[in-house]
Write a new protein. Structure first.
Length: 188
């Protein structure tokens, strides 16, 4: 079932979820999809604004060029979503405890997001932009951050020996997060 160019406002999860549903160029506004089963649903060129997708089941869901604005995505496991054309961007979102394990999301944008304890293990975030994001206890391990911009983000700990950070951009206030494993004090 294909839905094109439609706007869904405060639509319940039961009317959006369901296998073999495809939403193309649709807008979802103030929808409560928390805990929803999005298994098999495909979203293409869609915008989610003010939606709650906390703990939604994204197993086998397709996210192709999706923008989330002012959304709550806590605990959402993007690693179970389809890899085919996976592309997601976030503005003013809560991504605490979200999982991006092994996801390729090159040139992703994370603007003004809370990403506490977000799992970015083995994710390919080449040239991603983390603008003013709180990365408190976010987990970086074997993460590809080549050319990524983390200059305005904070509270991160990234081990340069365990992650690919070639040509990544950091500010001086980010140095403690890059040197944390050495247990040294940086003043300035």
């Amino acid at each position: 079932m294909l839905f094109e160019d439609e706007t869904f406002t405060k639509t319940p999860a039961t009317q959006i979820s369901g296998r073999n549903r495809t939403y193309e160029n649709c807008k979802f506004i103030s929808c409560d999809l928390s805990g929803a089963n999005l298994n098999g649903v495909v979203f293409i060129d869609c915008i989610f604004d003010g939606c709650n997708l906390a703990l939604a089941d994204a197993g086998d869901a397709g996210f192709q060029n999706i923008v989330f604005k002012h959304c709550k995505l806590s605990g959402l496991n993007f690693s179970k979503a389809r890899d085919f054309l996976f592309e997601v961007h976030f503005e003013h979102c809560i991504l605490d405890n979200a999982i991006f394990y092994k996801k390729k999301n090159k040139k992703a944008r994370f603007n003004d997001c809370s990403m506490s304890e977000t799992d970015l293990t083995e994710a390919d975030l080449t040239e991603a932009k983390f603008i003013n994001c709180n990365l408190n206890r976010a987990f970086f391990s074997r993460t590809i951050l080549k050319g990524a911009d983390l200059r305005s983000s904070y509270n991160f700990i990234i081990d340069p020996d365990d992650n690919m950070i070639k040509k990544a951009m950091f500010s001086l206030h980010g140095l403690p997060g890059l040197l944390a494993k050495y247990d040294i004090k940086i003043e300035g």
